[in-house]
Design a protein around this ligand. Structure first.
Ligand code: HEC
Length: 271
């Protein structure tokens, strides 16, 4: 080949080159950029790299993602330290969670954003993910309007609670009473097996969740999905994760409305 021919081949190779990377996009499980959420929601987000021909591909595991919202490290079940949950602010409060005591949740929690508070003066969460890969550096952003948890329907809540929670927490959400007689250290039978801790009460009796001002329907949704309590202390098995276990009534993933309904039911139960 002459020099001229070599040059032509090179030029042709360049003009038919692959599409170029144009940036990054943060999307929910339906593939769209999230624009709204309610308090209590768990939004599973992932980051795509975008290209000049309109195609996208998920960023690889080599990518570094730095989120503008905090990552809460759940406390271990015996911890007595102060809560690590962020406090409510003027703008919506959201966080990612690592719950090391519950390895069964690691995959489900990766990229899952929990909405804790709708904000005071502003209800828009400006989400920013700084993405670095071996050959690109950029930001994926979303502007998410965060609404308060919907009002609950106690009748529907009772139906769901009976099907999903009452085996362990009792029909009225009273929790578990005395340990198995004569056991030392005390043992509690939960769903057919023995444990060294009881099932807590959730209803409106004193000190239970539905009577405690620290709890609300949104927090119940987060707790039940992510297996943490209101102080970000990890909840032990056999407490299921209601993010990975469907609602037995609808056979669909639990909605935040389902948890609002359960909380409304628990608020009516005082024994
Ligand atoms: C198989 C038994 C089981 C089922 C079913 C179950 N839980 Fe639990 N739950 C537990 C246990 C055990 C704990 C305590 C774990 C611990 O102390 O580490 C717990 C703790 C909790 C807590 C923390 C309460 C507090 O005051 O710290 C909440 C909230 C909760 N469960 C909600 C639910 C909801 C809502 C459902 C139904 C959708 C449900 N649970 C179904 C066993 C269960």
């Amino acid at each position: 080949m002459t020099r001229f021919e070599i040059l032509s081949v090179l030029l042709m190779a360049c003009s038919s080159s692959a599409p170029v990377a144009t940036g990054f996009r943060v999307v929910d499980s339906s593939g769209t950029v999230p624009s709204s959420a309610t308090v209590g929601d768990a939004l599973q987000l992932s980051v795509l790299q975008t290209f000049s021909d309109g195609t996208t591909k998920p960023v690889g595991s080599d990518a570094t993602l730095v989120w503008s919202i905090p990552t809460v490290l759940a406390l271990n079940p015996d911890a007595t330290a102060d809560t690590r949950l962020p406090s409510a602010g003027d703008t919506p409060t959201a966080f990612l969670l690592v719950n090391a005591s519950r390895p069964d949740l690691t995959a489900a929690l990766a990229g899952t954003v929990f909405f804790l508070d709708a904000g005071g003066t502003s209800s828009t969460l400006a989400l920013d993910v700084h993405v670095t890969t071996s050959d690109a550096d950029g930001h994926a952003t979303a502007s998410i309007n965060v609404a308060a948890t919907p009002n609950g329907d106690a009748t529907h809540g009772q139906t769901v609670f009976k099907a999903a929670c009452s085996t362990c927490h009792g029909d009225t959400g009273h929790g578990q009473g005395a340990p198995v007689q004569g056991t030392s250290p005390p043992k509690y039978t939960i769903d057919g097996a023995d444990y060294l801790f009881p099932v807590p009460g959730l209803n409106a009796e004193p000190d239970n969740a539905a009577a405690d001002p620290d709890w609300n329907a949104g927090l119940l949704a987060i707790a039940a999905r992510a297996d943490i309590d209101d102080g970000a202390v990890s909840l032990r098995l056999p407490m299921p994760s209601w993010m990975t276990t469907p609602n037995p009534v609808s056979q669909q993933p639990f909605t935040t409305q389902d948890f609002a309904d359960i909380f409304a039911f628990l608020k009516t139960q005082t024994h």
